[in-house]
Every structure is written in structure tokens, then in C-alpha cells.
Design a protein around this ligand. Structure first.
Ligand code: PLP
Length: 400
């Protein structure tokens, strides 16, 4: 891979005709070290946020040993990229063959589930050649929790509710020596209180089930920073989760896990695009809804932008973007503030696309190509560069 100091150097050297994805391994390493050192438990990386093998190796080298995989393709990818990594199959709806291959061929022992049907499926798929049931399963019951504090809901699709959880926990306990509870508060949780509320549900489920719990997994949802979405410091999330965890009725040696996706990789990538046409306050750029800007188009997510030309001097105004495909839906309303004299031929860097951005690119309409280049400058925003100090009074949710 090529190395450049920053986006401007890339544009000067290459004047690229197609979008270029800029990767910042140092930013992903810093995020991973933050979680490894400060989260009061084990941090799994949720591979779906960005499955790039280069990124997986950066995270591994930074100390992330466990990986949350959701499909057999992700199982194979992590197993082949990081042969010593621990795989945790955390999608509650899996196919029997995927479970069997993960267990028998890739050493995966940890599986999540939210129904008795899935429990039976796992037990069947993991039998040995003589038909004996596995004795080393690590099962994790996914609880449905509220997404009300998150920008992106994950509340309706997966997870059993509190009326179902006790029976499922008791049933699962018959099939494993290691039983956990997991949940997902939704992506980009804007307050640590989201986890307090979810852990209260965990408490109720455990009390009603009356079973020994060996692990509680607070899932993903840890935020990154985007225009208009500035979360409290992650230390506040960690402190509150730690405190709640220790007050749960669980085994004395129970483990605490989390599964960040976004928070580990949002800062990893940005993208350089070119303006191909201007129509008033609309810029036609060469990446869009079917490229790295899926979330900008479909859920109106805002990403930071900057013009990469030195000769643009006018004050900024708000623009909307059209992507390159022939589809009207290939539209990002922004607003994206850029110099008002920006025009066709100018380049723009769009930041914070390492999570659910670079990973979403498709080849639709022939516009999928993008070179990947390593750059050394800082991401356009960061939760980890020391610029965001803890402000106890302002944004810590008090538990007292
Ligand atoms: C998507 C997902 C994650 C990662 O979520 P983020 O909001 O990106 O941190 C973690 N766990 C599960 C089960 C997921 O589906």
C-alpha cells in the first residue's frame, strides 16, 4: 500500500479519477489500546463495522484478541487472517452448517442465541462424530433492550424479552458450563445511561432465572464523534458500566465483555472524492449512497468534510451531494459546509468513514473502485487524542 502524509499530498501526487480511501492505522491502534487498557473487561471487535484484513491485523497487534463475527464469511475471514484469534459467533440467527463449520473447523466455542430453537440448533450442530453433545459450549443469551439513547436502533430485530429470558437461561444452562447474557443498546449511544438501563434488565433476568451467570456482554454502541453528535468521554461509559456490573448477582469470577465496532474503527478511514459537476448548492461527487456514504444517504448521518484545494478562499456555505450512480436516491442531504467557490474538478475529504462507511462500498452501476492508501495525519475528529477532557459535572450520569 502507498503511504502519504495526508489527503492533500494524495491529490497533488495522483489527481485521482476515482475515490480514494485513506486509512490511518495509527488511529485504529490508538482506539484499540484505549479499549484494551481502559475498558474494565474484555473488548471484542465487532467485525461487521469494517472487515478489512489490514485493520484486523492492526487491532490484533494492539491487543484485541476476541472477535465478534456474525456470518460464516466473517468466521473464515478472521480465522484465516488471525489464526490465534478467539471467535465469538454473536448473530442470534445462524444456519446449522455455519455453526457446525465454526465449531468443528475454526475452534469457535462462543455462540449467542435468543430462542430455544436456536439453542437446539447449536446443540445439534456441535455434536461430535459419535453424536455426543459438546461439553465446551459457551452460550450467550441475547436480551432485547431499549435503543432510545442511540442514533441507530438495534432494538426490534434480536433479543428475547424479560418474559422469555428466565426459561431460556435455565434451558441453556443445561447445555453449557459457561453462560452469559448479552445485549446491544443500539449504535452510537449518546449517553452512558443507555447501558445502565440495559444492565438493570440483565439484573431482572438473572434474578428471575436463578442461574449462575459467568459473563455479561454489554455489546457495542460506544459512540464516535461526528458533526452534531459529540458524546461524553468514553471513560464515563466505562466507569458507569463497571459500577453496574459489580452490583449484579453474578458469579464472583464472572467476566465483563464489550463488542465495540464503530468506536474502534470510525477514525480509521476517510475518503477523497472529486466534484464532477456543480448545480447551485448541489455537488455531484464520485462516491455516494452505494459507496462509502450509505449512512449519509439512507439515514442522514452527518460526516465532516474539508476542501482540499488551497486556492478556495471564499467563506463556507452548505452543500448537498449527489453520488455517481444514475439513481435519484444516490443523494446525501448533509448539510456539508464547504467554500462557496468550490467547483467541478476540486477534491473533498470526507472524514470518519472507517465504521460502516468504507465497508459498505458496492459495485453498483460500475462505481465501486477505490484505491486504498495509508496516510499519517490525524483523523478529522477523535475521541482518543486527548482533546476531549472529562467534564464531571456536565455529562456524567449520576448514579447516586
Ligand atoms: C453491530 C454489532 C456490534 C457493533 O456495534 P457498534 O455500534 O458498531 O459498536 C456489536 N455487537 C453486535 C451483536 C452487533 O450486531
Amino acid at each position: 500500500m502507498h503511504h502519504f502524509p495526508d489527503a492533500t499530498a494524495v491529490v497533488r501526487a495522483l489527481a485521482p479519477d476515482e475515490p480514494v480511501i485513506l486509512n490511518r492505522p495509527h488511529a485504529a491502534r490508538r482506539a484499540a489500546r484505549f479499549f484494551v487498557e481502559k475498558f474494565p473487561g474484555k473488548s471484542l471487535y465487532a467485525v461487521k463495522a469494517n472487515p478489512s484484513p489490514d485493520l484486523l491485523r492492526v487491532l490484533w497487534d494492539a491487543g484485541v484478541t476476541h472477535y465478534d463475527v456474525a456470518s460464516i464469511a466473517e468466521v473464515r475471514l478472521v480465522a484465516s487472517t488471525l489464526p490465534e484469534a478467539k471467535l465469538c459467533f454473536m448473530h442470534p440467527v445462524k444456519t446449522p452448517r455455519a455453526i457446525s463449520e465454526a465449531y468443528h473447523e475454526h475452534g469457535c466455542r462462543t455462540f449467542s442465541l435468543d430462542t430455544v430453537e436456536e439453542l437446539n440448533k447449536i446443540v445439534e450442530a456441535c455434536r461430535d462424530a459419535d453424536g455426543k453433545p459438546a461439553t465446551d459450549l459457551r452460550l450467550c443469551i441475547r436480551l432485547r433492550v431499549s435503543s432510545e439513547y442511540s442514533e441507530l436502533s438495534l432494538a426490534s430485530k434480536f433479543g428475547c424479552d424479560l418474559t422469555e429470558a428466565p426459561a431460556l437461561l435455565q434451558e441453556a444452562r443445561q447445555h453449557c458450563d459457561w453462560l452469559g447474557l448479552c445485549f446491544h443498546v443500539g449504535s452510537q449511544a449518546m449517553t452512558p445511561f443507555a447501558y445502565v438501563q440495559a444492565l438493570e434488565r440483565v439484573r431482572v433476568a438473572i434474578a428471575e432465572a436463578g442461574v449462575v451467570i459467568d459473563m455479561v456482554d454489554v455489546g457495542g454502541g460506544f459512540p464516535s464523534v461526528y458533526p452534531g453528535m459529540e458524546p461524553p468521554p468514553l471513560e464515563d461509559y466505562f466507569a458507569i458500566i463497571h459500577k453496574q456490573f459489580y452490583s449484579l448477582p453474578i458469579a464472583y469470577n464472572a467476566e465483563l465483555w464489550c463488542e465495540p465496532g464503530r468506536a474502534l474503527c470510525a477514525e480509521y478511514s476517510s475518503i477523497v472524492v472529486r466534484v464532477e459537476k456543480r448545480r447551485g448548492d448541489e455537488l455531484y461527487i464520485n462516491d455516494g449512497a452505494y459507496g462509502a456514504l450509505f449512512d449519509a444517504a439512507h439515514i442522514g448521518w452527518n460526516f465532516p468534510v474539508r476542501a482540499l484545494e488551497d486556492d478556495l478562499i471564499k467563506p463556507e456555505m452548505d452543500f448537498a451531494f449527489y453520488g455517481p450512480t444514475c439513481d435519484d436516491a444516490d443523494y446525501m442531504k448533509g448539510p456539508f459546509p464547504l467554500p462557496e467557490d468550490i467547483q467541478a474538478g476540486d477534491y473533498i475529504e470526507i472524514g470518519m468513514l472507517g465504521a460502516y462507511g468504507a465497508a459498505m462500498k458496492t459495485d453498483f452501476n460500475g462505481f465501486g473502485a477505490a484505491e486504498r492508501i495509508v496516510v499519517e495525519d490525524e483523523p478529522m475528529a477523535s475521541l482518543y487524542d486527548g482533546s476531549r477532557k472529562r467534564e464531571e459535572a456536565d455529562n456524567v450520569v449520576s448514579l447516586r
